[in-house]
Every structure is written in C-alpha cells, then in structure tokens.
Design a protein around this ligand. Sequence first.
Ligand code: HEM
Length: 142
Amino acid sequence: MSVSNIGDLIPSLAWVNRLNGLRKRVETNFQDMDSFLHEVVEEHIKKQRTINGDGSGENEEEDFVDVMLGIEKDSSFGIPLVRDNTKAIILDMFAAGTDTSYIVLEWAMSELIRHPNIMEEVQKESGRRHGTPINGWSARAE
Ligand code: HEM
C-alpha cells in the first residue's frame, strides 16, 4: 500500500515518515539499489584487472560503466568524478532508458488497439518489411 510523503510536503512534520514506515522503506530501497550498483561497478573493475593482468579479456568491448570508471581516474577531465557520481549516473541512464521505452511501447500498443485500421496497416507494413507474418499478414499473403 502506498504512503504519502508528509515530510516532503510539510518539513516540520517529517517525523511522521518515521511513524508510518516510509523512512524505513526508503532506506531499505536505497540500500538495495546501492548494493546492486556497487556490484555492477566491482564487476567492471574486476574485468579491467583481468584485461590488464593476464590479457585474457583483451577482446572485451568497453562499455558505459568502463568509460565512467576511466573518467574517475582522469584528472584532466575538468570535473572530479567520485564513485557515488558514477553510481548515480548509471542509475540515471538505467531509469531514463527503461521507463521511457516501455511507456512509449505501452502507449503505442494501446493506441493501436483503439484504432484497428492503423493496427492493420502496421501489421501489413511489418509483414512487408520483415516477411514475417504477424496476425495473418505477410509479404507473401498480399
Ligand atoms: C522512447 C524513449 C525515450 C523518450 C521518450 C525519452 C525522452 C526524454 C526526454 C523528454 C528528456 C528530457 C529532455 C530535456 O528536457 O532536456 C530526456 C532526457 C534524457 N534521456 Fe531520454 N528518452 C528516451 C529514451 C532514452 C534512452 C534509451 C536513454 C539512455 C539509454 C535516455 C537517456 C536520457 C538522458 C541521459 C537524458 C538527460 C539528458 C540531459 O539533460 O543531459 N533516454 N529523454
């Protein structure tokens, strides 16, 4: 069940968040998320050590987290970046990239359901482009 964040609305009543359990839940969620991000970063550091050490991971591609770790070490970058910044940016990218994409898909699907004529056009086009029948339509069916 959701709980209103009284402390955010009226700071002098922030103590209510302790009584209704919201503070505890926020702290637990933070700990869970932080330990997940910690693991992600540690995995990448371990991978980098392997590449630099015995060279067995030479063909591994550098990803976003590797780039962020590189910036942490690079003092010429202009803005000092510490581990907490890296974790926050990873979380930001993850939230920005997942929420938006699934919400757009969900809206697109619900609009297609509301407009069957457009849905039919999309299914035909998909069949033409990919040659894969979707709901009975395919390039060969036309
Ligand atoms: C359909 C998918 C997406 C939509 C509708 C969407 C929409 C938006 C919107 C409206 C903004 C704010 C722009 C502004 O006010 O300046 C934004 C910013 C941003 N988006 Fe997306 N986005 C999508 C996908 C993604 C993906 C896949 C990523 C990363 C993997 C991403 C990362 C970001 C980041 C990092 C920002 C902040 C940019 C900045 O202010 O410097 N987004 N997005």
